[in-house]
Design a protein. Structure first.
Length: 188
């Protein structure tokens, strides 16, 4: 794989854990709860209860290869995509002449559940290295502001405990898999 020029231009997230906690309390007939600690945050994220969908993130990749952008656009639940057009009438460049690797800007807004779901597919070794690298940038940015969520953004085999892929890479048979799986379960 050649060195990618892809980078995150911006990443945004606001702490709204009080709203998430209040929504959680509402589901059990209460109105409000105390601001959650790290253990509670990780527990609700790991359980994937609906209030985590209130947690929102925005980012923009710049110079993302078009074909990698297509991988991300396939994700449609809990995420919105805003991809720079390649329309000839808007750019003045004949789109049929552009290579698949032509760089695009790809902006997203997503909730926490979408980040978990996308991680399962795009951190998998069956995903292209370029796609994994672009998604790892997002996960690293999430880790800076929501480490509990980032610890739950894992590849499919770690999430499930086995590989469901038709053509497995074999990672789930390694010692490294056992370490990642144990860290995922324990939160360490």
């Amino acid at each position: 794989m050649s060195e990618s020029k892809t980078r995150l231009l911006f990443f945004q997230h606001e702490d709204n854990w009080q709203d998430i906690k209040n929504a959680t309390m509402n589901t059990i007939g209460k109105t409000r709860g105390a601001y959650p600690d790290s253990q509670w945050k990780r527990a609700i994220i790991l359980a994937e209860h609906s209030p985590i969908r209130k947690m929102k993130f925005s980012w923009r990749w710049v110079d993302l290869p078009y074909w990698v952008s297509v991988h991300f656009v396939r994700h449609k639940f809990g995420i919105e995509h805003f991809v720079k057009t390649q329309r000839t009438d808007r750019t003045g460049t004949d789109r049929t002449e552009l290579p698949q690797g032509a760089p695009v800007n790809h902006e997203c807004e997503a909730d926490a559940q979408a980040l978990i779901n996308i991680s399962r597919k795009r951190l998998c070794s069956c995903a292209s290295p370029e796609t994994r690298q672009a998604w790892q940038m997002v996960k690293d940015a999430v880790a800076e502001v929501e480490p509990e969520l980032a610890s739950c953004m894992v590849r499919e085999c770690v999430y499930r405990g086995f590989c469901p892929e038709m053509f497995s890479c074999g990672f789930d048979k390694t010692d490294e898999f056992k370490k990642e799986r144990a860290a995922y379960i324990s939160g360490e």
